[in-house]
Design a protein around this ligand. Sequence first.
Ligand SMILES: *Cc1c(COP(=O)(O)O)cnc(C)c1O
Ligand code: SF4
Length: 350
Amino acid sequence: MELWQESLRQSLTEPAELARRFGIDAAPLEAVAARYPLRIPRYYLDLIEGVGDPLWRQAVPDPRELEDDGLDADPLAEERLAPLPAVVHRYPDRVLLLVSGECALYCRFCTRKRKVGCAASRLSLDELYAGIDYIARTPAISDVLISGGDPLLLSTDLLEDLLIRLRRIPHLEIIRIGSRVPVTLPQRIDAKLCAMLKQFAPLYLNTHFNHPRELTTQAAAACARLADAGIPLGNQTVLLRGVNDDAATMAALCKGLLKIRVRPYYLHQMDLVRGTGHFRTRIEEGMALLQALRGPVSGLAIPHYVIDTPGGRGKVPILPETVESLGDEVVLRLSDGSRLRYPNAVPPKG
Ligand SMILES: *Cc1c(COP(=O)(O)O)cnc(C)c1O
Ligand code: SF4
């Protein structure tokens, strides 16, 4: 077993341990963890300073996850857009290849909460190869985004096998990996992984920092190893209530990312996913936040603020020119001229 696998194995998975460590009641957490899995690597656990802090909120089960919030488990219609279990094909030229059902840390706000960490979402090797075969026989696809779960939880050897197969496809130009392990398990970004990935340029890696306190020395070192292997790094942040929904935190995050050679790419409006309603902010708040970044923060560090539209119509930038009206329902103008009504009411703060 490699060192990082040993670290992952030692992650916290028992609500009782959280309860002991932080002096809280385990029972409400048990109920949530029975429905949506709990895992926090020791590295990330040690970054949590106390109950309710921004890292706690991302990692620790919350009873509100079980409330009936009237939201859909799969609002982006990923299941409908999946020609095969391992593929989500929404745009003509680029696909998601879902290679892992596991993550180092199960983020409480995850859009794929319905499936990450569930035995049923584990894919067989045959299903992965079938996904690669789909890309090979679909010449319109020039860009693959390897996702999951977290692709970097696959063994380095298996990941290399998949990358070799993908690189044999002549029409596939760009390979991207989406992974949160630089944030949650930076020791996974070891020399062997970086040397392996280096062979497959142009290969991009998008990671997922949400708070400046995640920009530790270890995370910076992990990003440096990737950047030194010639892998351009981007970051996707989710706008989360009580975590990063104020301008000072967002500015510190975006500037801090640039310092470790990670370019802010997307800022996602929280999707309308069942069990995550308490994380949503209003779109007006996100727009104000972006407005506050312009000027004080370099354009290099400013992400695109986007909504992933319900029903699987893809991402739409949230800009003064795409937002027709605000209120408890926002009206957005899509690129094809049609209009989208998006629920904007959020639960009261608590
Ligand atoms: C976001 C996304 C992509 C990639 O979109 P880019 O804007 O090119 O980064 C591809 N497929 C799906 C289903 C997506 O959600
Ligand atoms: S790492 Fe990504 S896929 Fe995994 S739980 Fe977090 S948000 Fe979801």
